[in-house]
Design a protein around this ligand. Structure first.
Ligand code: GRF
Length: 197
């Protein structure tokens, strides 16, 4: 018997380059999954165009209440939720319903520089190394159990734009990799730790 293909919702407010990386990984067979929904709070998000081009259903919910979110996610029969530049905080009820089934990608080596403008924060701080973190979402801001991390160097000539570009290259590899491990059942969460099987 073949296993059913896991369904993913991607929540994005902006450009959607990480969404694109996920869609590309599915298209080229690296990831055996379906994106059944792209949800945004922003009508103008380029992420929505990327979803439409790939034939993925989209929803825009400007004021995402618990009821609407749970309804939309249930309708899409979502097994995993991937936040990819989603600028709204998920209500605790949604986090609880999808406990350890919501991932986020963050452009810093958490717990350093959580929240907004992480790339700028690392540059301003004078770090020589920063990186990317994929983690499960809990009730805090960028505080959930860490799935994968990868470091990236900062050079003295870096600007926010050049460093963001370097980190995006890492993100676009790391996110599909974390999702692949999840859907292959190779992640086990024990307290704060994610064991990679
Ligand atoms: C990425 O840098 C991600 O780490 C952060 O938001 C950004 C989204 O970029 N959470 P994109 O919309 O996927 O291009």
């Amino acid at each position: 018997m073949t296993r059913p293909v896991p369904t993913i919702a991607v929540l994005a407010s902006g450009k959607g380059t990480n969404l694109q990386a996920i869609l590309d990984a599915i298209a080229n067979g690296e990831l055996s999954a379906t994106v059944s929904l792209v949800l945004s709070n922003n009508h103008g998000a380029p992420a929505l165009d990327r979803a439409r081009r790939a034939g993925v259903p989209t929803r825009v919910v400007e004021q995402p209440t618990v009821e609407i979110l749970l309804k939309v996610l249930a309708e899409a029969q979502v097994e995993l939720i991937c936040l990819a530049g989603y600028l709204k905080i998920l209500p605790p009820e949604v986090v609880r319903t999808y406990h350890n089934r919501i991932m986020n990608i963050h452009p810093a080596l958490l717990p350093a520089f959580p929240g907004l403008h992480a790339v700028r924060q690392a540059l301003t701080y004078g770090c020589r190394v920063t990186g990317v973190t994929v983690h499960f979402v809990d009730d805090g801001v960028d505080t959930g159990p860490i799935i994968l991390q990868e470091a990236a160097p900062i050079s003295p000539s870096d600007t926010e734009a050049s460093l963001t570009k370097r980190l995006h290259e890492v993100e676009h590899r790391l996110y599909p990799e974390a999702i692949r491990r999840f859907i292959e059942g190779k992640l086990r969460v024990v307290g704060r730790k994610v064991l990679l099987k």
